[in-house]
Design a binder for this molecule. Structure first.
Ligand code: HEM
Length: 146
């Protein structure tokens, strides 16, 4: 029963984290087009900072903690789920997603200081990466193919 509760909150945290990971690079695409110092640009700064601090950071931490807790409670009495290759592969993909989180957090700082070092095209491409990672992660978690 406890396990199912942890899993439910793990999925809730995942949804909140992914909402931010999918939306923040889209905000960067629009922010790029706004003139520096304009009201629009200042509004984007607030939206980006709040999305990162109020939703994405806590959601990523909760996803990790609850996921690791589930992994520790898994079927093997000694290693939980950690001995399962699907979880090992999943952790690799989640590490890539977390590195991306770090990168977009850095860009929020850049935009906050009116530095937009990358092209709109790059933000559009980056926008697709979390989607691809999410599909891989969910398929591994649900199908456990190995
Ligand atoms: C390193 C961080 C993470 C760890 C250690 C982890 C670990 C786990 C574990 C052990 C389960 C339980 C599997 C089961 O009972 O069948 C689980 C479930 C799940 N995880 Fe994660 N997870 C992490 C991050 C994520 C992320 C980032 C996503 C999605 C993008 C995700 C999506 C899911 C889903 C959808 C389930 C439900 C699977 C099912 O019940 O069939 N997890 N996770």
């Amino acid at each position: 029963m406890t396990y199912q509760w942890i899993k439910a909150f793990h999925i809730i945290a995942v949804i909140a984290w992914m909402a931010g990971m999918l939306y923040l690079p889209r905000l960067f695409v629009y922010h790029c087009a706004a003139e520096k110092g304009s009201v629009q640009s200042e509004t984007f700064k607030i939206m980006e900072r709040r999305l990162l601090r109020a939703i994405m950071n806590p959601a990523m931490i909760a996803t990790w903690l609850l996921g690791l807790w589930l992994a520790w409670l898994g079927p093997d009495s000694h290693y939980g789920w950690f001995a399962s290759p699907w979880l090992q592969a999943k952790i690799v993909l989640v590490l890539v997603l977390s590195a991306m989180h770090g990168m977009v957090a850095y860009w929020v700082k850049d935009f906050g200081a009116d530095r937009n070092p990358h092209s709109q095209r790059l933000y559009r491409i980056i926008n697709e990466v979390p989607t691809i990672l999410m599909i891989g992660i969910v398929l591994l978690a649900v199908l456990k193919p190995f």
